[in-house]
Design a protein around this ligand. Structure first.
Ligand SMILES: CC(C)(COP(=O)(O)OP(=O)(O)OC[C@H]1O[C@@H](n2cnc3c(N)ncnc32)[C@H](O)[C@@H]1OP(=O)(O)O)[C@@H](O)C(=O)NCCC(=O)NCCS
Length: 371
């Protein structure tokens, strides 16, 4: 389970001082109109392209740090509608964060303007030696594919120009266009991910009790450290560890948990629908499910994992059923989650519970060659 595609999960917890300025560059092979509109914005701030004639008019690319968020308002409104209509997700809190960071001129990224109107935007953040592309939205009313490629090329170029950057991760929701070609053109490896939804009234519950010797308990913040260790062990040699390198260490697991549990952004953590499974005799959890609220009446499973050695004995299913029942008691209508399509046991478990795939998207990773 990864919850990073929601823009705000990248922004939570960041302060302006943590942002590293990207180096402007110009890798796109495009016809550049260096005279046009540079004026008051400075020499790096604005560029104009006509990408092989695919973009109908001259497209101007601006650094996000040079603009005010209100210029992007039509895009924000459109993007929010797509998240709501296609994914049942209230994207407004994410947009609030994006606005805040744009207006503090501390968000790396670019906006594409066509005839001075915003056609698309994308942003990224830097975390240690890793770049995270947190959002990329191009209006379906525009030439989506070439503008998407242009924005991604600019962002990836800026990230790769950052000293000591080793890795770039991205999980972006496509609305109206495929993002895969743009990622492939930038040498990302891709993993197909599924966005799944369960109308809670249609949940297929078997109500099988937990085997004796195990106990189900509500989530407690006291479990942070042992839960981080559980993440590291459950995802050892797992495809999701290739997608999100936080899963590969206990410190990364802590970071992930802090983002999900303590900081608002990928929805609001819902402790009442989040559980741990522990052996009756021990304190260390062997299973965990975490749930957030992402819109009124809509829950999202942000994490579920079971310790190797305990897998395949019904713990995962029982934890999912416990979350579902907790949400039903609170009159929620649906529960969503994301899963890597290659993670067959998990996909099968969700399908048996009644989840259906409503969108496919890609997780992309670019790794620098280390000598
Ligand atoms: C996915 C995971 C949470 C499932 O938990 P679990 O306790 O192993 O699963 P369960 O024993 O409850 O089995 C649930 C279903 O999956 C199936 N299943 C479990 N392990 C399986 C395996 N190794 N191969 C095939 N199917 C398997 C079971 O047949 C069962 O089917 P059912 O729903 O018809 O009863 C667990 O395997 C895990 O932690 N994996 C690593 C982390 C991970 O992938 N998390 C999910 C990210 S989206």
């Amino acid at each position: 389970m990864l919850a990073q595609f929601a823009a705000s999960s990248f922004l939570r917890g960041y302060t302006s001082s943590k942002w590293v300025r990207a180096v402007p560059h110009g890798r796109v092979e495009a016809e550049r109109n260096s005279v046009a509109k540079h004026g008051q914005l400075g020499s790096h701030a604005a560029r104009s392209y006509n990408v092989y004639g695919l973009v109908p008019a001259l497209m101007q690319i601006l650094d996000l740090r040079q603009i005010q968020s209100r210029r992007l308002e039509p895009l924000f409104q459109e993007e929010t509608r797509h998240w709501r209509d296609e994914l049942h997700w209230d994207y407004r809190p994410s947009v609030d964060l994006i606005r805040k960071f744009i207006d503090s001129h501390s968000l790396g990224g670019y906006v594409a303007l066509e005839n001075d109107k915003p056609a698309g935007y994308g942003f990224y953040v830097l975390e240690d030696h890793k770049g995270l592309i947190g959002g990329l939205f191009v209006s379906p009313r525009e030439s989506q594919a070439p503008i998407t490629e242009l924005l991604l090329t600019e962002m990836v170029g800026a990230l790769r120009a950052t000293p000591r950057l080793q890795r770039v991760e991205a999980q972006l929701m496509p609305f109206g266009t495929e993002l895969d070609p743009a990622f492939l053109s930038q040498y990302f490896s891709l993993h197909t991910r599924l966005f799944m939804l369960l109308p809670l009234a249609e949940a297929q519950l078997i109500n099988k009790p937990l085997s004796s010797g195990l106990r189900l308990e509500p989530w407690t913040d006291k479990a942070f450290e042992s839960a981080a260790r559980l993440i590291q062990l459950a995802y050892a040699d797992h495809v999701d560890g290739e997608i999100n390198d936080q899963y590969r260490s206990e410190a990364g697991g802590m970071k992930f948990l802090r983002n999900i549990v303590l900081l608002p952004g990928c929805g609001q953590f819902l402790p009442e629908a989040s559980f741990l499974v522990r052996p009756a005799t021990g304190d260390r959890p062997v299973g965990m499910v975490l749930t957030s609220t992402v819109a009124e009446g809509v829950g999202h499973t942000t994490q579920i994992c079971v310790m190797p050695g305990y897998q395949g004995h019904g713990i995962g299913r029982l934890m999912m059923e416990s979350s579902i029942k907790a949400l039903q008691r609170r009159k929620y209508e649906s529960l969503s989650l994301t899963v890597t399509s290659a993670n067959t046991p998990a996909v099968r478990m969700y399908e048996h519970l009644g989840f259906r795939t409503i969108k496919k998207f890609a997780a992309g990773v670019w790794q620098a060659h280390t000598r």
